[in-house]
Design a protein around this ligand. Structure first.
Ligand SMILES: [Zn+2]
Length: 219
């Protein structure tokens, strides 16, 4: 009985770019999918602008393939919404993305949503947070819990929101493997991986596990 209940659980992870859901919550995504939960990642755009010499369509295809490879490793699905970087809110309104995501929410009835932190200085990350909250306000059935994650800037210690620590001891290396799928993003170079390792160890220490990911519950 308990198993069947878990199977029906759905989790949505919103991210501005194709790799954000992996950096911010990859270990948790893998853990939840191993538990039989239905995990869906939403990438509002294809990725950071860093390949000016390539055609946009080529970059999008590359980013999508990388994200599919990563999501296969983590056991989740991933959807893209093709918002232009720096124009998230504008495109979100013009392309009627809201209705599409609301339909997805209606179909999957997530009990948890993960998104960027409002403190994140990246304008697309901030916009993704705002979009998530707009969507949250429009959810009519039982409201899901909403958690924020960190990408490169940690959420400040001063926050009043309760923390959620997820034990990712068994999935942390899967997260690193998934990150390496983003060959075009340069995440696989030493520094970011070391930072993620350092963070996972620190958070893990707080719950006496090897590795953990930390989130704040804002709703
Ligand atoms: Zn990003």
């Amino acid at each position: 009985m308990k198993k069947r209940e878990q199977k029906s659980e759905s989790i949505l992870v919103f991210g501005a770019h194709s790799d954000d859901f992996v950096i911010g919550a990859g270990g948790t995504v893998a853990k939840y999918s191993k538990e039989g939960k239905n995990v869906i990642a939403i990438a509002f755009s294809f990725g950071e602008k860093s390949h000016a010499w390539l055609k946009e369509s080529v970059v999008q295809k590359m980013r999508a393939e990388e994200a599919f490879e990563a999501s296969d490793l983590l056991g989740c699905k991933v959807y893209f919404f093709d918002l232009r970087e720096g124009h998230f809110i504008e495109d979100y309104k013009e392309k009627n993305i809201e209705q599409k995501i609301l339909n997805l929410i209606k179909a999957t009835k997530p009990n948890k949503i993960f998104t960027h932190s409002h403190e994140d200085p990246h304008p697309d990350h901030k916009a993704s947070y705002q979009i998530t909250m707009k969507l949250y306000d429009k959810i009519k059935y039982k409201k899901p819990e909403v958690f924020i994650y960190s990408v490169w800037n940690p959420v400040s210690f001063k926050t009043q929101h309760p923390a959620l620590y997820v034990d990712i001891s068994k999935t942390f290396f899967l997260k690193l493997k998934a990150l390496k799928a983003f060959r075009s993003q340069k995440i696989h170079v030493a520094y970011p991986l070391l930072l993620l390792l350092f963070r996972a160890v620190i958070e893990g220490f707080k719950i006496r596990k090897k590795f953990a990911e930390k989130f704040f519950r804002i709703k």
